[in-house]
Structure formats: structure tokens, C-alpha cells
Design a protein around this ligand. Structure first.
Ligand code: BGC
Ligand code: NOJ
Length: 815
């Protein structure tokens, strides 16, 4: 078993100690409007707001070698040419380390006594990326070397950039001024922005033509100019503009040189566009470079990144958890992943190309569940943005573009679970903040220009949508698909070139989803509580009525004998039932029926979880999505049967849905099971990285299951709903600190052998220091709760009314 690195928990870093990880291991920079992605070998790219419409640097997905474009530094010393991040030259290094931290990565490479460190980050609130570069002579002799920087510019609109060469080969434009390269393609026409690639130190040469720097028949592993030791001072006219700078260094023994490279997105705003014909007004670019030429400014910007993360993370910290994996995930990495999914939804990662999907309706609503405690004001705005892409009849655009905030017409709507997720995000926001005013915010409907209907109207519309769209069993119609994007029961696709995601549906279909029914139970129960909190008891009982009806329907129509049926197809035949040859049991309907409160009084909920345990679960990899996998394609089922058995939605371990089962176990006080299941998909707990392959610090969407030929192989890391939901599992269901309308509710569910743990939680302006002890070795049940020494009844900590901002909470389990 090879060792690729380790966690440095006190610094909140993952330290990669060899560059040839089984797959590129990625990190993100930025959390406002400007974002960068970088792997341990400095691969990746940078964009402003929208990876499709404002991409600054190029990245070729699915390349071979994989991950071959990025932010590179080359060292040329004598005959030797190397990169501190090993790639692209792959020259053997004497030492290599990459520290992925929160919002930054620090790559250090050493060869022949020369050490080069590249610290990359995006300062808070800025539209620029900094590479702080330190070059050290670790030898006892003076050393001479040349350092070269390199990025390839993207022409902002990434799809056109990678497909329309008859145009792009003729439009590239740059300007060079001192140590700065300005990439200004399309600036002469409709763009009012450009890219600055500047060095804070005097440079000894540059190139902006890729053909000149790399060479048409060379590659990034042997760029012509670097091999020759000299840039050519080329100016790009068309073709492929790049940014490359040469810096010659003479270092005394022990000497270190430090400077920075800045990659910035500059919006010209109201400034005049040109100084003279063809000469761009560079005032803003010059100002940025001047500002960052002071290394104190660079260091302060880096500290600001660290401080910002520490302040965000101080909202929820659990410092004394008896399990190291849960502890580091809940305290650090899981929250970092929640930040990434909140910001980027499913748009840009090592697997999402930034041109395919924008923000997802259901995805972004769920992402809020793991993010709302960090920056509730941003969650608030997001909820309103999402709601505005709903149509007046309740249909939702399945995706929208972050730059325009407009629904994506290519994919359209008709994913019938979408509307209900809005209720979950809204209730989570109100439980976190107590802010009911969000419900009155006008957000209008996408198909009613100028409409100002408030958020609460959308919520009622969503409920009504599900009620209005029901099938022969009175269960919700599935539409194009539900949470399982691949359960396409209405498209009957036979055309191989057609995307299941956009294939049309037959009209008047009767296909129904039990998962949506369960989600409806969950959402209505949430809403009932909200209406009570608002004092609207009539509305609460109206919604309770819908809950009761749906519950009755689920119990009457969807119980299959030992678990809940998954769906009914267009001909009303059951899916996920013992009568099926394959796909007899699915995970999602067990999860959502249980979470929605079905099967509580008749033993079915417990049985449903036990069925998951029996047919779907393995301790090594987690739960497969269904059993048995489909061995052949079924046009009446759609994409779910298109995948080879054991992958993706065809019985792969889809981490996201596992988390709901974890919550299910905690509802039954099964602390051992909850933790064991939690660890089964936890990246930090993965033992063999050559098998798992994906990053050990963030969740992957999918792990090949026991039914596949490659069990345990993780894929599609970072941008998955698993991020938010596993934070909910760890922080609220296992450690049991749950924001509720009237205060923090304490309801842990832990392994019996845990003696206790502590949580520090900032909630509505108060810091709660919570100590949980478990003297009787129980899993669940709060025996006593003391608030600043005073015993109180129940398990909800009331909000202080006397202005206290720090509250001590002692919890004893064992009821
Ligand atoms: C994948 C799903 C995904 C969908 C999004 C499908 O091919 O299997 O997991 O949600 O594409 O477009
Ligand atoms: C990934 C998608 O982003 C998400 O919306 C969907 O629920 C899952 N795949 C399952 O199909």
C-alpha cells in the first residue's frame, strides 16, 4: 500500500508527500466571486464567478497525462529543467511536498540544493490570485538559475474557446508593459474586462505566444524557450496567447528571493477603455501590481485567508470527539467541502468541466443545509435566487447559470422533486437565524416577468405542485426524474446520441415516485413546525392534513413487505420491489420514507433500514444504491440501467444517499451503526489509496460498489451533495447539536462506548460551550441539561433573554 501523504490536523492541511497520486488531488481557492482550482502538481484553472462565461486560464479536461494545464513554474539550472510541482517535466525531485490548506495550496519542490516554494491563494474579496514564490539556495555555494512562469489564457467563454478555432485562432490579443502581461482578447469589441498576469519583480524576458514559448511540436514537458534557457519576448497576434515570464536569479549560499505573481480579473468599470487606439487603459492593472509588490501586502492577504477560515470554522468546532476521522471531517474538511459546493454547485471540479452544469436547483438547496451556519446572509440570497427560477405552476428550472441567474432552457424542468427541496433549505435557514422576514421577500416567478410573489408563496406553490401532480396510486408523479436523475421512467430513449437528461418525456405519463412522497412528508413536517413557530396554527393544520394523507398513501401503496417500493413505472409496474428481477430494493425510498416519519408505529421504518443493511451495505465501501444491479438496458427505466453494474446510479455506492441512512440509524438510537456507516464512506477513513484513488479529505460522489469489478474505487470528488449532508449527519445527527426554531436542540446519537465529547457552537449571536458526558454508556437520550449551572427540562436550550453571549451547557446522556 503506497503512502501518498497525511493529515496535519493542527494546521488544517492535507500534506501530499509524493506527486504521483492515484488521481489528481484537488483543492479550491476563493470563496466570494473569484475561484481557482489546483492539484498537488499545480494543475487547474481560474475563473471569475462562472467557469463557463468568465474563465481566465485554459484547462483541457480528460487529458493524458491527466491534469496537464495549470500554473507552472520551471527551473532551469545548467542542463537541468524541473518543476517544483513535478509536472509537467516530471523531472525527479530531491524533495516534494504539497500542503492543501483551506483556500490555499503550498507546493515545495527541491532539486540540487535549490528549493522553490509556490504558495497559491485568492485574497478575500479580491478578484485575483496570488502566487507567492520563494526561491532558496540551500547549498554552500552561489547558484545561478532561471525561473519561468507559465499560464495559458482562456478567451473567457470556455465553450467557444475549446471548440471554435476558426475564430479563436485569429482573435487573441495581448499587451506587455514592464513585468505585466495583459490578456485582452475581445476587449476591442464587447468585453469591458481583461486578465492581468504580472510579476512583482523585474523580469528578464517574457513570451505571450504559445508557439514561441512552448513550440508547435513540443509540449509543456519540454517547452522550447525553457529548454533554451531564454524567453523570446514574443507578442501574440491570434493563435494562443500565454503568459510566461523569465526571472534570472543569482543566489548566495543560504539566500532566499521572494516575490509574487498576480493573476487578476480586471473589470474596467467606467474608466475610459483606451489610452489611444489599440492601447488599453491599464490604470487598474498597474494599481493592482503596485499594491502587491509590497510583500507585506502579500503576507497580509494570505493571513486574511487563514483568519477568515478560522473565524468561519469557529462557528462549529467539536474538539474532543473520540473518533479522529469524524473529528477532522466535521471540524475542517467537511466544512471546506460545503463551502465549495455552496459556491460552485456542480459546475467546476476535476470532473465537472465548468461548461456543462451551472447551479442545480435541487443541488443548491441541499448544499445550503451544510453551509447555512457559516454565512447565513449568503444562504438567504441564494434561496431567493433559486426560488426566482421557479415557474408559477411550481415547475423549476433544473439548473441556472451563476452569472445571469437565469434558468437553463436546454435542460428545462420537470424533475418533480425539485420544488420540495426549497422548503428544506428555507426551514434550515430560519432555524439557523430565526429570520422570518425571508418568507416575505419578493422573488417572483421566472415565467411571470415583474412578478413579486414572496418566498412563502413559492413554498406553498411547491406543496401544491406535488399535490396536483399525482398518479394512479395517489403518489407524486416522477416527471423526468426525481433525486435519482437516472430514473427516467418517461423518456423511453432508444437513440444512443440522446442525453437522458434532456430527452423529452411521453405526455400524460403515470410514473410515480415513492422517494418524492417521502420527501413530501419530510418537507410538510418541516413546514408544519414553521407555521407553528409563526403562530399560524390554521396553516399548520392544513399542511398537517396533507402530511397525514400522504403518509396514509405511502403506507397503503408503497410497502412491499420488507421495504418500501421505489417507484411505479409508466405502466404502473413497481420498481424496487420483490417482484422485480433486478433492482428489487433501492436505497432512496427507504431513506426518505423513514426520514419523513413513515413506518414509525408499525415497525416498517426499522425493517426498511435492516433491509438496507442486508442487501446494500458493506462496511468497506458503504451502501450500494440498489440491488441487484441491472444487467441489461431497460428503456422503461432510463439512464439508471445504462451504467455497467456497480457504477453510478446502477448500484454504485452513491455517497449522497448513504448519508440519509445514517440519519435514519440515529433516529432509532443506533449509535454504533450510525458511526460505522458514517465511516464506511468517510474519505479520511479509507485505508488503501491505490484502491480508493480519490482525495482522502473530501467526499467523492461515487465509489464503485461490491457489485462492480473494481470495488472501492472513488470517483467524482468535491462537488457532491454528500458534502452538505454528511456535515448534517456528523454535526446534528451524531454529535446532536441541532439548530431549531426556538433554540439549540441537543440530541446526540453516539456509540455506547464514547465517554463524551464537546462542541462549541455559535448560534444567533451566542457561543455555546457544550460538554456531553455519557456515564451510563448509552447511545441516545438526554438525561439532564444544565445551562450555566441551572438544570432545565427538555433538551432545547432556550435563547438567553438577558444579553448573555457565552453560555455553558452540560449534557448528561442516559435517559
Ligand atoms: C449522472 C447523474 C447526474 C446527471 C446530471 C447523469 O449522467 O449519472 O449522477 O446527476 O447526469 O446531468
Ligand atoms: C448528481 C446530481 O447533481 C444530483 O442532482 C442527483 O440527485 C444525483 N446525481 C443522483 O442522480
Amino acid at each position: 500500500m503506497a503512502n501518498y501523504g497525511h493529515f496535519d490536523d493542527s494546521n488544517r492541511e492535507y500534506v501530499i508527500t509524493r506527486p504521483d497520486t492515484p488521481l489528481p488531488w484537488l483543492n479550491y481557492f476563493g470563496q466570494d466571486e473569484f475561484f481557482g482550482m489546483a492539484t498537488q502538481t499545480a494543475g487547474g484553472y481560474t475563473f471569475w464567478k462562472d467557469a463557463k462565461l468568465r474563465r481566465l486560464t485554459r484547462y483541457r479536461y480528460n487529458n493524458n497525462p491527466m491534469d496537464n494545464d495549470g500554473r507552472f513554474l520551471y527551473v532551469k539550472q545548467g542542463k537541468s529543467v524541473w518543476n517544483p510541482g513535478w509536472k509537467p517535466t516530471r523531472t525527479k525531485l530531491d524533495a516534494f511536498e504539497c500542503r492543501h490548506g483551506l483556500g490555499y495550496s503550498r507546493i515545495t519542490g527541491k532539486k540540487d540544493g535549490i528549493e522553490v516554494e509556490q504558495l497559491m491563494f485568492i485574497p478575500p474579496g479580491e478578484n485575483l490570485e496570488v502566487w507567492k514564490i520563494s526561491v532558496r539556495n540551500k547549498t554552500k555555494k552561489p547558484q545561478k538559475l532561471s525561473l519561468f512562469s507559465y499560464v495559458e489564457f482562456c478567451f473567457f467563454e470556455a465553450l467557444n474557446d475549446m471548440t471554435n478555432y476558426q475564430r479563436t485562432y485569429s482573435i487573441g490579443e495581448v499587451e506587455i508593459e514592464g513585468s505585466a502581461i495583459y490578456h485582452k482578447t475581445e476587449y476591442r469589441e464587447r468585453r469591458n474586462h481583461y486578465t492581468l498576469f504580472g510579476c512583482t519583480r523585474k523580469i528578464d524576458g517574457y513570451d505571450t505566444s504559445r508557439d514561441a514559448f512552448v513550440g508547435v511540436h513540443h509540449g509543456l514537458h519540454d517547452p522550447k524557450a525553457v529548454m533554451a534557457g531564454k524567453c523570446t519576448n514574443s507578442r501574440a497576434f491570434g493563435w494562443n496567447p500565454v503568459g510566461a515570464q523569465q526571472i534570472n536569479l543569482s543566489l548566495k549560499p543560504g539566500q532566499e528571493e521572494t516575490f509574487a505573481i498576480i493573476l487578476a480579473y480586471v473589470d474596467q468599470g467606467d474608466l475610459p477603455k483606451f489610452d489611444s487606439p489599440m492601447v488599453m487603459n491599464k490604470t487598474k492593472g498597474r494599481e493592482i501590481l503596485a499594491r502587491y509588490s509590497d510583500m507585506k501586502v502579500v503576507d497580509a492577504a494570505f493571513n486574511a485567508v487563514k483568519e477568515r477560515w478560522e473565524s468561519l470554522l469557529s462557528i462549529y468546532q467539536a474538539p474532543k470527539v473520540p473518533n479522529v476521522h469524524l473529528q477532522r471531517m466535521v471540524n475542517t474538511w467537511n466544512q471546506a467541502q460545503c463551502m465549495a459546493t455552496f459556491n460552485l454547485s456542480r459546475s467546476a471540479s476535476g470532473y465537472e468541466t465548468g461548461i456543462g452544469r451551472g447551479m442545480g436547483y435541487r443541488d443548491s438547496n441541499q448544499d445550503i443545509l451544510g453551509f447555512v451556519h457559516l454565512l447565513p446572509a449568503r444562504a438567504r440570497q441564494r434561496i431567493l435566487d433559486i426560488a426566482s427560477t421557479q415557474l408559477a405552476d411550481g415547475t423549476c428550472f433544473h439548473q441556472y447559470q451563476p452569472l445571469t441567474k437565469k434558468g437553463n432552457a436546454d435542460i428545462g424542468g420537470g424533475f418533480n422533486d425539485d420544488p420540495l427541496w426549497l422548503i428544506l433549505s428555507t426551514c434550515a435557514y430560519i432555524r439557523e437565524t430565526g429570520d422570518l422576514t425571508i418568507l416575505n421577500e419578493p422573488c417572483g416567478y421566472a415565467d411571470k416577468p415583474g412578478s413579486k410573489d414572496p418566498l412563502l408563496h413559492h413554498i406553498e406553490t411547491s406543496i401544491q405542485y406535488t399535490l396536483n401532480n399525482r398518479g394512479p396510486h395517489a403518489l407524486p408523479l416522477i416527471g423526468h426524474a426525481d433525486w435519482n436523475d437516472c430514473l427516467n421512467l418517461n423518456c423511453h430513449s432508444k437513440e444512443p446520441n440522446e442525453s437522458f437528461q434532456t430527452a423529452g418525456d411521453i405526455a400524460g405519463s403515470k410514473a410515480e415516485s415513492v422517494m418524492i412522497a417521502g420527501l413530501f412528508l419530510y418537507a410538510t413536517r418541516d413546514l408544519v413546525k414553521l407555521y407553528h413557530f409563526m403562530g399560524q396554527t390554521q396553516d399548520a393544520s392544513r399542511i398537517q392534513g396533507h402530511y397525514d394523507d400522504m403518509l396514509k398513501t405511502v403506507e397503503e401503496q408503497a410497502w412491499d413487505g420488507a421495504w418500501y417500493t421505489r417507484a411505479f413505472d409508466a405502466e404502473s409496474k413497481p420498481i424496487g420491489s420483490k417482484v422485480c428481477k433486478e433492482g428489487k430494493i433501492y436505497i432512496e425510498s427507504q431513506a426518505w420514507c423513514v426520514l419523513g416519519g413513515a413506518g414509525q408505529n408499525n415497525g416498517r421504518a426499522k425493517k426498511a433500514l435492516q433491509a438496507v443493511d442486508k442487501y446494500l451495505y458493506t462496511p468497506e465501501h458503504g451502501c450500494a444504491l440498489q440491488y441487484p444491479p441491472y444487467s441489461t438496458y431497460h428503456s422503461e427505466l432510463g439512464e439508471v440501467s445504462s451504467y455497467p453494474p456497480g457504477y453510478k446510479e446502477n448500484a454504485g455506492v452513491f455517497s449522497h444517499n448513504n448519508t440519509w441512512i445514517h440519519i435514519g440509524w440515529t433516529m432509532f438510537g443506533e449509535g454504533e451503526k450510525a458511526l460505522e456507516y458514517y465511516l464506511s464512506i468517510c474519505p479520511s477513513a479509507k485505508k488503501d489509496h491505490d484502491v480508493y484513488r480519490s482525495e482522502p479529505y473530501v467526499y467523492a460522489q461515487m465509489t464503485a460498489s461490491q457489485f462492480s469489478p473494481t470495488p472501492g474505487e472513488g470517483k467524482n470528488s468535491w462537488l457532491t451533495g454528500t458534502g452538505a449532508w454528511s456535515f448534517v449527519v456528523a454535526s446534528q445527527s451524531i454529535l446532536g447539536v441541532q439548530p431549531d426554531y426556538t433554540g439549540l436542540r441537543i440530541d446526540p446519537c453516539i456509540p455506547k462506548k464514547w465517554k463524551g465529547f464537546s462542541v462549541s457552537r455559535k448560534f444567533r449571536g451566542v457561543t455555546y460551550s457544550i460538554e456531553v458526558t455519557n456515564p451510563k454508556s448509552k447511545s441516545k437520550g438526554v438525561k439532564s441539561l444544565k445551562i450555566d449551572g441551572q438544570k432545565i427540562a427538555g433538551n432545547v436550550i432556550p435563547l438567553p433573554t438577558d444579553g448573555r453571549t457565552a453560555v455553558k451547557v452540560e449534557v448528561t446522556l442516559g435517559a
